[in-house]
Design a protein around this ligand. Structure first.
Ligand code: KIV
Ligand code: ZN
Length: 444
C-alpha cells in the first residue's frame, strides 16, 4: 500500500526555545540543528530573526551550515520582519519564510486592534512581499482554532492567491479537541488547491497536542509542526517523538511515513536536555527515563518471558542505549564513543581522547559511569567558548558546594574536577596508573 509522506517541521529552535528555561546561544543552536539534521527532519525552523541579534545570528549560521533540510525563519506580517527574516535565510539551500498573523476576533480586537478587513489585506500583502523574496512561503493564521471559520477560509484563500505554498493551522492556545481539529483541517483541505500543503501546529494546554496533530494528519494535513521533548510555550508543543512513533507503531491506523530516523530520537532528546538544562519528566513517552523501565514483578516476569507482553516498541528502536553496555574502568574508547553518540555527541579522535583520559580516571573511582556523569564530563572537558553563556556553575564553586554538603546526593551531577572524588573531596592524582590504563586500553 502506498503511504503518504508526512513532512516533519521541527520548531524546537523557535517555538520550543521561546519557553522558559529553554533558551540557547548560537553555538548551542547550531549543535542542536546538526542533530536535527541527523534525525532526518524535513524542516528546521531555526528562529525568529527580528526577535534579537542572537536569533538572527543563529538563523544565519544554521542557514549557511545545514544543507539538507529546509531552513525556515519566522516573521510577523510586516515588511521589517519579512526583510530581516530573508536577510538571515538567504544563504540557505532551501529557505522558507514563515509569516504569521492572528485571525481570531479576540486577537484582532484586543491585541492587534485591527478590523477583519485590515487583517485580510495585511496577510495578503505580507505573503506577497515574502513571495517576492523567497519561493517557499508558509502562512499561519495565529489562533486559527478560535477564528470564525468563514473568515479563516477567506484569509487562507487570499494568502494562497498571494503565493503561500504551505498553510499552517495553529491551535495556538491548545483549545481544540481532536475531532473538531480534524474537521477544521478537512474543511480547509477541501477548499484549497492540492498543491498547497496543509500543516498542523498544536499546543498542549489540554494535553491533546499529539492527538490533535494525528487527527489533522488523518484529515489531510501533510505537515506537522512539533518539538523535541514537546518543549514550547506554556504546556508545550506537540512532541515530535510521540507523533513519529505513534505513526510507526500504529501503521495499521496511520499508514504514513516520515523521513525521521527513529534511532536518533533519544540522542536528540538528551542533547536538548543537556543544552537547556531542562530535564525530561521521568514518565514522558518515548524519551523519559522510565519509558522502558519495568518495575512491577508481574511486568518483569512477562518481559523476561517475552518482551511483547509489555513492550510495544523496543528501546533500541528509538535509540535508548542498551543498558547492558555498562561503562566502567575496563571500557575502551570504542564503547565510550558509542555511548557518547547515543547521548548525541560525536567527537573527533583527539577530542575523544581528552574525554577518555578523564573517563578512565573517573571510572577508577566510582566503578560505574552513568550517563549523567558522562554528560557532565563531556561538558566540563569541552566547555563553551568564553563568549558563550556558561551552562553550569563554574567548577571551583561547584566543588566547594559539594565539599560542604553534609550528605551526598545520588542524583546530583558528578563534580568533574580532576582532583576530587565523587563527593568533591580532594584525592591524590595517580598519573602513573592513568598512563598504564591508557596504554592498556588504547584502540580497544
Ligand atoms: O502557536 C502559534 O500560533 C505559533 C505561530 C507563530 C505559528 O507558534
Ligand atoms: Zn506555537
Amino acid at each position: 500500500m502506498q503511504r503518504a509522506r508526512i513532512t516533519v517541521f521541527d520548531t524546537t529552535l523557535r517555538d520550543g526555545e521561546q519557553s522558559p528555561g529553554c533558551s540557547m546561544n548560537v553555538p548551542e543552536k547550531l549543535r542542536l540543528a546538526h542533530q536535527l539534521d541527523r534525525l532526518g527532519v524535513d524542516v528546521i525552523e531555526a528562529g525568529f530573526p527580528i526577535a534579537s541579534e542572537g536569533d538572527f545570528a543563529a538563523v544565519q549560521a544554521i542557514a549557511a551550515t545545514i544543507r539538507r533540510p529546509i531552513i525556515a525563519g519566522l516573521a510577523r506580517a510586516c515588511t521589517q520582519d519579512i526583510e530581516r527574516a530573508w536577510q538571515a535565510l538567504r544563504g540557505a539551500v532551501r529557505p522558507r519564510i514563515h509569516v504569521f498573523l492572528a485571525t481570531s476576533d479576540i486577537h484582532l480586537q484586543y491585541k492587534l486592534k485591527i478590523s477583519r478587513q485590515q487583517c485580510l489585506e495585511q496577510a495578503r500583502d505580507s505573503v506577497r512581499l515574502a513571495k517576492s523574496l523567497c519561493a517557499d512561503v508558509e502562512f499561519s493564521p495565529e489562533d486559527a482554532t478560535r477564528t470564525d471559520q468563514k473568515f479563516l477560509h477567506q484569509v487562507l484563500e487570499a494568502v494562497v492567491g498571494a503565493g503561500a505554498t504551505t498553510l499552517n493551522i495553529p491551535d495556538t492556545v491548545g483549545y481544540s479537541m481532536p475531532e473538531e481539529f480534524g474537521e477544521l483541517i478537512q474543511n480547509i483541505r477541501q477548499r484549497v488547491p492540492d498543491k498547497v500543503t496543509i500543516s498542523a501546529h498544536c499546543h498542549n494546554d489540554l494535553g491533546l497536542a499529539v492527538a490533535n496533530s494525528l487527527a489533522a494528519i488523518a484529515a489531510g494535513a501533510r505537515q506537522v509542526e512539533c518539538t523535541i521533548n514537546g518543549i514550547g510555550e506554556r504546556a508545550g508543543n506537540a512532541s515530535l517523538e510521540e507523533i513519529v512513533m505513534a505513526m510507526r507503531v500504529r501503521l495499521d491506523r496511520y499508514p504514513y511515513e516520515t523521513g525521521v530516523i527513529a534511532e536518533q530520537l533519544f540522542p536528540a532528546s538528551q542533547l536538548l536536555s543537556d543544552l537547556t538544562g531542562s530535564t525530561v519528566q521521568a514518565n514522558k513517552a518515548i524519551t523519559g527515563r522510565n519509558a522502558f523501565a519495568h518495575e512491577a514483578g508481574i511486568h518483569q516476569d512477562g518481559m523476561l518471558k517475552n518482551p511483547l507482553t509489555y513492550e510495544i516498541m523496543t528501546p533500541q528502536s528509538v535509540g535508548v542505549p542498551d543498558s547492558k553496555l555498562v561503562l566502567g574502568k575496563h571500557s575502551g574508547r570504542h564503547a565510550l564513543a558509542i555511548r557518547c553518540e547515543q547521548l548525541g555527541y560525536e567527537f573527533e579522535r583527539r577530542a575523544l581522547d581528552d574525554i577518555y583520559r578523564r573517563f578512565v580516571r573517573l571510572a577508577d573511582k566510582i566503578k560505574k559511569v552513568e550517563d549523567h556523569h558522562l554528560l557532565e564530563l563531556i561538558r566540563d572537558t569541552h566547555k563553551p567558548a568564553a563568549s558563550a553563556t556558561p551552562l553550569f556553575e563554574p567548577l571551583p564553586t561547584a566543588v566547594a558546594a559539594a565539599a560542604t554538603a553534609s550528605a551526598p546526593e545520588p542524583l546530583r551531577p558528578f563534580p568533574m574536577a580532576s582532583q576530587t572524588n565523587a563527593f568533591g573531596a580532594p584525592i591524590p592524582a595517580d598519573h602513573h596508573h592513568d598512563q598504564q590504563q591508557e596504554d592498556y586500553l588504547w584502540g580497544v
